[in-house]
Design a protein around this ligand. Structure first.
Ligand SMILES: Nc1ncnc2c1ncn2[C@@H]1O[C@H](COP(=O)(O)OP(=O)(O)OP(=O)(O)O)[C@@H](O)[C@H]1O
Ligand SMILES: [Mg+2]
Length: 269
């Protein structure tokens, strides 16, 4: 399973990505969790202590690595550089182990002025996604920044699905529309949605209706849950702080549905 999680700022992407990674890991699957947000916060949600997380050097800021793998100075944008840097051992060398068979890679910033990135560091990240081979007992979960601009063409090959987190409200729903278009432009056509911070039936209906209109299947809806807020206040992983809370349980319940839909898709193609 190779999935990336996107959505408007603050909707709950990191909650979904980190908790999904942990649940998959609990099934004895080796999970590579990649934080591709320029402001990385996945470590906490995965349950990696802050003193460990602070020391992680993002891949794209590791000048030596970028230079070695792309054959180019990080500062040299554009021009020629090896497009297929070796990535198979990146996770092994630069990943930080987290609980439940997870490994965290922090990608770092690659977007330049919102126009995507032609820099070697960006090439490294794209190559990582494109070339990552994930076996049956492995999974890849990526926490994206608010947009998906830095994914670029070719990433679709490395991704089974894009999960868009949406909260009740027009701005978040409009973001789904925008992401859907961007995803289509880069060839990612398997999209799922997850509703989050749902407070009542009105919220639930609004989300269901909008996604139906956009033809994006809804995997689950996660209720607004104070335990998630509290975990955040305490700087703890929600799955550790409140494993039985309704929000965490809905993320658990989402997994069979995600698998079912991915299997259906696989058998159709
Ligand atoms: N179901 C929920 N119930 C209550 N609070 C929630 C819920 N989901 C997320 N939150 C809170 O909303 C905030 C944003 O969540 P999270 O960091 O997962 O979102 P994000 O989309 O990754 O944000 P960013 O765009 O900043 O990366 C956090 O403070 C989190 O605790
Ligand atoms: Mg986040």
């Amino acid at each position: 399973m190779k999935v990336a999680v996107a959505g408007k700022g603050g909707v709950g992407k990191t909650l979904v990505a980190g908790t999904l990674a942990r649940f998959l890991g609990q099934e004895k699957i080796q999970v590579l969790a990649v934080d591709a947000d320029p402001t990385p916060t996945l470590a906490t949600t995965l349950g990696i202590p802050p003193e460990v997380a602070e020391k992680i050097v993002p891949l794209t800021e590791n000048d030596e690595l970028v230079e070695e793998r792309t054959g180019m100075d990080k500062k040299t944008y554009g021009g020629m550089f090896k497009l297929n840097p070796r990535v198979s051992d990146l996770a092994e060398k630069y990943g930080v182990p987290g609980p439940d068979n997870t490994t965290l890679l922090i990608a770092g910033t690659v977007t330049i002025g919102g126009a995507g990135c032609m820099c070697p560091a960006g090439a490294l990240l794209k190559a990582l996604i494109r070339h990552l081979i994930v076996g049956g007992d492995e999974a890849f979960v990526m926490d994206l920044e608010a947009g998906i601009e830095n994914l670029g063409r070719g990433t679709s090959r490395g991704m089974d699905a894009l999960i868009i987190v949406v909260e009740p409200g027009q701005t978040s729903i409009n973001t789904v529309r925008r992401i859907k278009k961007l995803a289509h432009d880069i060839g990612v056509d398997t999209l799922f949605a997850v509703g989050n911070k749902v407070m009542d039936e009105n919220d639930q209906e609004a989300i269901e209706r909008s996604l139906k209109e956009m033809d994006v299947p809804l995997l689950t809806t996660i209720p607004f849950d104070k335990a998630i807020r509290h975990a955040n206040l305490k700087g703890q992983a929600p799955i550790d702080f409140a494993p039985n809370s309704p929000a965490i349980q809905s993320i658990k319940d989402m997994i069979p549905e995600l698998r079912r839909r991915l299997n259906t898709k696989a058998s159709q193609s």
